[in-house]
Structure formats: C-alpha cells, structure tokens
Design a protein around this ligand. Structure first.
Ligand code: G16
Length: 542
C-alpha cells in the first residue's frame, strides 16, 4: 500500500472533529457537508473489497429518500447485492478512524480479509442528482486512486441501474449488457414480450402518471421512453427541472403522509405512482370518484406480483416454492391475505433490503417488498433454468406460453435490488395482461388504518429491538408502555425502531380506524419521547 498516496489524499479529505458515522440501513447518510472524508474512505474500501473478491465493486453516491441537503454512499457487492454485513463493520471503523490511523485500519482490514494488494481493482461509480453529489464524486475518485484502483464513472444513474451494471460486469454479460443502454434493451424487450399479446388484442393506451421526486428517475425514464411500446404512455411529473429533491413529493412522502405529491393533479380513478429520489422505490395510488385518496404500497405490489407468479406456476405445473418476505411495517391485512387466502408462506425480517434479499434467496421464487415500496423478485438458479427450459422445449402450447411469461418476468425484474422502473414495468404488464384496473387491484384486501410518525431523541441508539424489530428491548419500560397502549385499541399493533438512514426514531401503529391508528401512534410517540430521551417539541395529537 502506498503510504505516501494515502497520507496525501487523506489530508485533502479531513474528518470533522468528533463526528461518528454508522454504516446503516443503506450505507452512510448525513448532511452532505459532513461526508467528504467518509466517501473518500469508501473509495479506498471499495478497492480493498474489489481486490479481495477479484471483481468489480460499485459505489453509489445517494441519500435516496432523504432531504436534498443530505447525501450518502453505499458499496455494491459483485452480484449487485448490498455490501456484506461483515464489511459494514470495516466501513464504520474506517470512516470513524482519526486521520493518522487510516493507514493502520486499512492494513488491518487487508490482514483480516486476506486482501492481496497486488491484485487489480475495478470500481464503477454512479450518483444521483443532488447538488452535492458531483463534488463527492471527486472524493470517491481520490479514494480509489489513493489505493491504485481503476474506476469507471457512469455519471447520473438510478441506484438500481448501478446494481445492475455491477452484476453484468461480474457475470461477463450473462445478466445483461453492462451499459445503461443494455439495461433499457433488456427490460424493454421483456416488457414488450410480456405484453405483446395483450396489446395486439386491442388493450391500447395505458396511461400512467409518474411523480419522479424531482430526482434521477425522471432523466432515466425519459431516456427509456423510446424503447417502450407506444401503448404505454408515461406522463412524468416532478422531473427535476424545478423544485427540490423529495420535497413534498416522491414515494416516501406519499407513503408516510398518505397523500398525493405536489405538482400532480389526479383525476378520479387515474393510475399514478411515485418513485423516490434515486428510483429504488415505488408506490401507486389513485383518487376515487368521491375524491378519496387510495395508496397502493409495497405490500399490495407484493401481493399482485406473487399472485401472478402463482397462477403462472400452476399453469406450468411446476412445484416451485414461492415465499414472500416482509418487514414489521407490512400491513396486518396483507400478511393475513398472503397466508390465509393465497396460502403463501410469509416471513418477517428487519428493515433494510439486505435483510429481505437474504431471506428471499432461500426460495425457488422469493418475492420481497418493504411496504415503503422497495422490493423485487428473486429466482433461484435452478428455478430459472427449469423455466427457461420449459419456455424453449415444452410441446404443450399452454404450458410453454406460461413458461415464456415467467421467463419474461425473470428478465423484466431487476433481481439485484428493488428498482422503481423495473417494478413499474412489471406492474403495468401484470395489470394489462390480467385486465385489472387500479381499483380492482386495490380491492384485493383492505388495509388496516395505520400511521407512521418520527420522534427526535438525543441518541437513537438507546432504543434496541428484537423479534425483527417488533419489540423494544431498551430503554427499560418502553415495551411495557407500548403493550399497555395496545390494550386500548382493537386490531392494534405498534412498534418503534431507530432509523438507519435518518437521525430519528420511527413509530408505526395500526388499529381498527384511522382515528385510533393516529391516536395510538401519537401515544406511542409520547412514550418514546418520555422514555428514550426526546428532544425538541413533544409529539402532539395527530
Ligand atoms: C433505505 C433502505 C430501505 C429502508 C429505508 C428506510 O431506503 O434501502 O430498505 O426501508 O432506507 O430505512 P430506515 O427506516 O432504517 O431509515 P432508501 O430508499 O432510502 O435507500
């Protein structure tokens, strides 16, 4: 390791005194002004990871759903997955090391992880549209350069596009062509094939309004439009030409506030959706004839996709096992519907795509979605092989057709990570093929009324949880207080957990009516405020 280069570049990217960062739910996130040193160091860490795995590693500069002033960074592992948990610890240690210790920490990581320094390293970089992202790109490049790695900058891309590119690079193009054009070609071909029969039989003009959170999703959708059939007419709003990223718009805003984004007028029964700032999440919604807003979140997306897959599997007669993975935020009605009506096994993991993804890999077909709209479908190698074989060789026309549709789904869905563009195309294809309106989709089951709130505390680490974040272990007395509050309401459920992307505690509550869900959420927020060191204003009745 070139000590001189590390020292020279480290001095250019000084760590703010006393700042402690944690590699959280999706990498490091903080106010952009505090991130220069961490992002530089992640450039170096990515080089070590690349040398260890003898593979291309991705670095994405984004803070996804967070406000525009924030930024963040995350590393992408060889098959397009999130960075391995064991390396998250190295990332945290390296980011928090004092400048004079950076070289020692790097050396220790090399020893612990058996990194051969002579090995070449290749890093691919992407960024979202935050004003701070361009400067932080230079920090990554300095980090990569300090350890002698090579890099390719893909510029403005959605987070899932970078995941896709990493996977393509490391599978020698088997997963797809490692270019943005390759991404558009792969997805649009699968979409066209999946909808061909439906569109040719007269189902024309599927209009969809898309709120792009004033983020990178708008740029990429515009680029992709030319590849898509004209029957799908996409109307893009909040395209970033004005307005701040994620400000009163985007998937996170729509989901947590349960109302439409700014800048998008909804006529009754029009199908609309929102992406988040880096286009890795999607939620749908519409207004009914009485002007009532209906949200169709990740839980209903998972239900739509898994019932479609289950029907196709029945047609091909293959006994492939489907499992659905959710988090504690999943609406109680969705879990009940999946388990009792659809008879699909459902599992609950901690929040964070990395946890859901890992669990979903245990099935032939694993469907995972967080209710905030982040999710995808994973096909095991064996399942994929079987499906492709049937699509190619099966002589029974009906079976072959169903297998071909499953094959199209495999190619349309981004199996590396949740992807708003790919999810949107799959949803649009399913709705078109099944002839389902957005209202019919919504009517699959009725969500239990729910509310999500945020509470600011002095130190969010005082809350520790267990049972996939459904119960609080510390501070003492908090879970008991929540249990008492739950007794007051019917069909109630509530939990609290420290966010891994924002400096707050998240509170979730559901109950038999919206009024009760709102009351319960407020009362639980108050308990958090009192028992977990709340700061600032006390939570007020909703
Ligand atoms: C990230 C993660 C998601 C997670 C979300 C909120 O999303 O990728 O898995 O649900 O943060 O996490 P937390 O509740 O810990 O703040 P995104 O879209 O911001 O990358």
């Amino acid at each position: 390791m070139d000590l001189g280069a590390v020292t020279k570049f480290s001095a250019l990217h000084a760590k703010p005194d006393g700042l402690i960062l944690q590699y959280g739910t999706a990498g490091f996130r903080a106010k952009a002004a505090f991130l220069d040193h961490a992002i530089y160091r992640m450039g170096m860490l990515a080089v070590l990871r690349s040398k260890q795995k003898k593979a291309t590693i991705g670095i994405m500069i984004t803070a996804s759903h967070n406000p525009e002033e924030d930024n963040g960074v995350k590393l992408i592992d060889p098959l397009g997955e999130m960075l391995a948990v064991s390396w998250e610890e190295h990332a945290t240690r390296l980011a928090n090391a004092e400048e004079q210790n950076v070289h020692t920490v790097l050396t220790e990581i090399c020893h612990l992880e058996d990194v051969t320094l002579q090995q070449e390293a290749m890093i691919i970089i992407g960024r979202d549209t935050r004003p701070s992202s361009e400067k932080l790109l230079q920090s990554v490049i300095d980090g990569v350069t300090a350890l002698g790695g090579q890099y390719h900058d893909f510029g403005l891309v959605t987070t899932p596009q970078l995941h896709y590119l990493v996977c393509c690079q490391n599978t020698n193009g088997q997963y797809g062509k490692a270019t943005i054009e390759g991404y558009y070609q792969k997805l649009s071909k699968a979409f066209v094939d999946l909808t061909k029969q439906t569109f040719s039989s007269g189902h024309k003009n599927r209009a969809l309004k898309i709120d792009c959170a004033s983020g990178v999703g708008a740029l990429k959708l515009k680029e992709m439009e030319g590849y898509l059939p004209q029957e799908l007419s996409l109307h893009i709003f909040n395209d970033g030409t004005k307005g701040k990223l994620n400000d009163l718009c985007g998937a996170d805003y729509v989901k947590t506030h349960q109302k439409p984004p700014k800048g998008l007028e909804i006529k009754p029964n029009e199908r609309c959706c929102s992406f988040d700032g880096d286009a890795d999440r999607i939620v749908y919604y519409y207004n009914d004839a009485d002007g009532h807003f209906h949200l169709i979140d990740g839980d209903k997306i998972a239900t739509l996709i898994s019932s479609f897959l289950k029907e196709l599997l029945l047609e091909v007669g293959e006994n492939l096992k489907i499992g659905v993975v959710q988090t504690a935020y999943a609406n109680g009605s969705s879990t009940q519907y999946l388990e009792e009506i659809m008879k699909v096994p459902v599992y609950c993991t901690k929040t964070g795509v990395k946890h859901l993804h890992h669990k979903a890999q245990e099935f032939d077909i694993g469907v995972y979605f967080e209710s905030n709209g982040h999710g995808t479908v994973l096909f095991s190698k064996a399942a994929e092989k079987k499906i492709r074989q049937l699509a190619e060789e099966e002589t029974d026309e009906k079976i072959r057709k169903a297998a071909m549709m499953l094959e199209n789904v495999i190619d349309l869905i981004n199996q590396t990570v949740g992807d708003a563009i790919s999810d949107m195309l799959l949803i649009e294809a399913i709705l078109a093929v099944k002839g389902l309106s957005v209202q019919q989709w919504d009517a699959i089951y009725t969500d239990l009324p729910n509310r999500q709130l945020k509470v600011t505390v002095a130190d969010r680490q005082v809350i520790d949880t267990t049972d996939a974040e459904r119960r609080a272990v510390t501070p003492l007395g908090l879970q008991e207080a929540i249990d008492e509050l739950l007794k007051k309401y019917k069909l109630s459920r509530a939990f609290v957990r420290p966010s891994g992307t924002e400096d707050i505690i998240r509170v979730y509550a559901e109950a038999d009516s919206q009024v009760n869900a709102d009351r319960l959420a407020t009362e639980v927020s108050l308990a958090v405020f009192q028992l977990a060191g709340g700061v600032g204003e006390r939570p007020k009745p909703f």
